[in-house]
Ligand binder design. Structure first.
Ligand SMILES: Nc1nc2c(c(=O)[nH]1)N[C@H]1C(S)=C(S)[C@@H](COP(=O)(O)O)O[C@H]1N2
Ligand SMILES: [Mo]
Length: 510
């Protein structure tokens, strides 16, 4: 029994060594042809819809990891059987491992976007797996022989002679870890957005106005640099998406399902737009807002390729890992510049912000529009399917509320008396900001000066010259949009559809 367990472990270890070797080779050729990924994606594709739906109902967004987990568990179980068989007849065990690997190779080669080279990682897996199994079984056989010949009386399996097995197992485990690690690293290099060439823009946004940041110290830059752009998502680690195998599918209530590769998407006509993104979780005066120049394909251009039916009221977006974000269909297709973006401030989308493609819908909070790492848009209804935050009772149609923020002086900052500036940003996507007013202590609202406009979907900088007198002062700000609508003074928390109220800060002037 103990021997069988040992050989089962040999089988599993050999399979892991093989998989790591395959992963490493795939990293150089095509990350999607890695044995783990190839089998995982194939199983997901082959799973009949009812089973998928059952899995989603049972496990929610964890359905994919669970699916891939069960497949891996099944494979390792088979590998264990192979190990046990190898104890009596090495060839039989090796055959099971090779058969297992042949399946992954087949899966890799049969992927929709695969080429013949995609079988190479499977060959590496088979070779490394069989060599590992051979090494382990030989070492074990030697140890059994020595122990029965020389140490039979002392101990049935002498510790000294078992060292050979331990060395082999240890070396193989280390090799698997190193190969897997290097494979991951190489893959991450491959999925480096800086390697991606963006298409020329067919509908440019025009020259970007000079902001106030050179004039008013401490004001947010008019265009938020990518590295400083706020990041909000549910992920623990960033996904690595291979640009060559990424696709975007439009399905559900459509005339015909459409799947686009990155090349196909970027070859379509595009638009370049300045849009301010805002998170629903942003408190009044908070940091979860930023302005960028986005480059992408108009959402309606992609939807038109599939032909949207008349029964749906939401676009259910799915990301590379099955995370879902719902978008109100009517709002996203009402003529605003909703897009599937692949460029941000002149660069490919950074990984943190959705590489290779994300949705951007001006005027809607990110949680109901800005799906990052998007792979699927399903035309469906809110009755039929629920997205991540919808299930958690957040609003489904959540327009961004008019808001304004004081960037300088900072809250509770101590400043010197004399001539200074109060300054910040204000936004009302869709209408634009027409007026910002500042109140100092209990005084009247005073109109602040506005920075340049980069369109109605973009925030606006503002500043107000202030002769600061010593003492403690309370500064309050409010914005008015292009429709004459004044920012609401009613205090609201972010849940369920965004915060409201006026930001007030206290500053001490010495
Ligand atoms: N796939 C995915 N997309 C997502 C999210 C997420 O958790 N997963 N978070 C959303 C939320 S709540 C916001 S506010 C925006 C933030 O985009 P950013 O991180 O690029 O600023 O992304 C949206 N897109
Ligand atoms: Mo958000």
């Amino acid at each position: 029994m103990r021997q069988r367990l040992q050989y089962a472990f040999f089988g599993i270890l050999s399979a892991l060594v093989g998989i790591a070797a395959g992963h490493l080779v795939a990293a150089f050729l095509n990350p999607a042809s890695s044995p783990v990924l190839a089998i995982g994606s194939t199983v997901i594709d082959l799973t009949p819809t009812p089973v998928k739906e059952w899995a989603v109902a049972q496990f929610g967004t964890a359905d994919k990891p669970i699916l891939v987990g069960s497949v891996s568990a099944g494979a390792l179980l088979l590998a264990a059987v192979g190990g046990v068989l190898a104890r009596r007849r090495f060839a039989l065990g090796a055959l099971v491992i090779v058969a297992l690997v042949a399946l992954t190779g087949l899966a890799a080669v049969l992927r929709p976007t695969a080429g013949p080279l995609d079988a190479v990682p499977a060959l590496a897996t088979a070779l490394a797996g069989v060599v590992a199994l051979w090494w382990l079984t030989t070492a074990a056989a030697a140890s059994t022989q020595t122990s029965s010949a020389e140490y039979a009386e002392a101990e049935p399996e002498g510790t000294a002679s078992r060292r050979g097995v331990l060395i082999a197992a240890g070396a193989l485990a280390a090799a698997a870890a190193v190969m897997g690690g290097v494979g991951r690293w190489v893959t991450s290099l491959r999925t480096d957005p800086s390697e991606v060439a963006l298409p020329a823009t067919t509908d440019p946004a025009g020259s970007f106005p000079q902001g106030l940041e050179g004039k008013v110290d401490g004001i947010s830059p008019f265009q938020t640099p990518n590295a400083d752009f706020y990041r909000i998502d549910t992920r623990l680690s960033l996904p690595t998406v291979d640009i060559d195998s990424w696709t975007l599918t439009v399905d559900g209530d459509v005339d015909q399902q459409v799947t686009l590769t990155f090349d196909e998407l970027t070859q379509m006509d595009n638009i370049e737009r300045d849009i301010t993104l805002t998170c629903v979780s942003n408190d009044v005066g908070g940091p979860y807002v930023g302005g960028a120049r986005w480059l992408g394909v108009k959402l309606t251009d992609v939807l038109d390729r599939a032909g949207v039916g008349s029964d749906s009221d939401q676009i259910l977006c799915t990301d590379v890992d099955g995370m879902t974000i719902s978008v109100p269909l009517k709002v996203a297709t009402d003529g605003r510049d909703a897009m599937l973006a692949f460029g941000m401030n002149g660069e490919a989308l950074p990984v943190e912000h959705g590489f290779p493609v994300r949705m951007v819908v001006p005027g809607l909070y990110g949680f109901v529009s800005a799906c990052k790492w998007i792979t699927r848009m399903t035309l469906t209804t809110y009755d039929a399917q629920q997205a991540y935050w919808t299930e958690r009772d957040w609003a489904i149609d959540a327009p961004i509320k008019i808001s304004s923020r004081i960037d300088t002086p900072k809250s509770f900052a101590e400043i010197e008396a004399g001539d200074t500036f109060i300054g910040g940003v204000a936004w009302s996507q869709g209408e634009g900001v027409d007026k910002v007013e500042v109140k100092i202590d209990g005084g009247d609202w005073q109109e602040a000066k506005l920075g340049p406009s980069a369109g109605v979907d973009y925030w606006r900088q503002w500043y107000h010259p202030w002769k600061a007198e010593s003492g403690q002062h309370t500064l309050t700000v409010r914005a008015t949009n292009g429709q004459g609508e004044v920012q609401s003074p009613a205090k609201a928390m972010p849940f369920p559809n965004g915060s409201s109220g006026y930001q007030s800060i206290i500053t001490r002037v010495s």
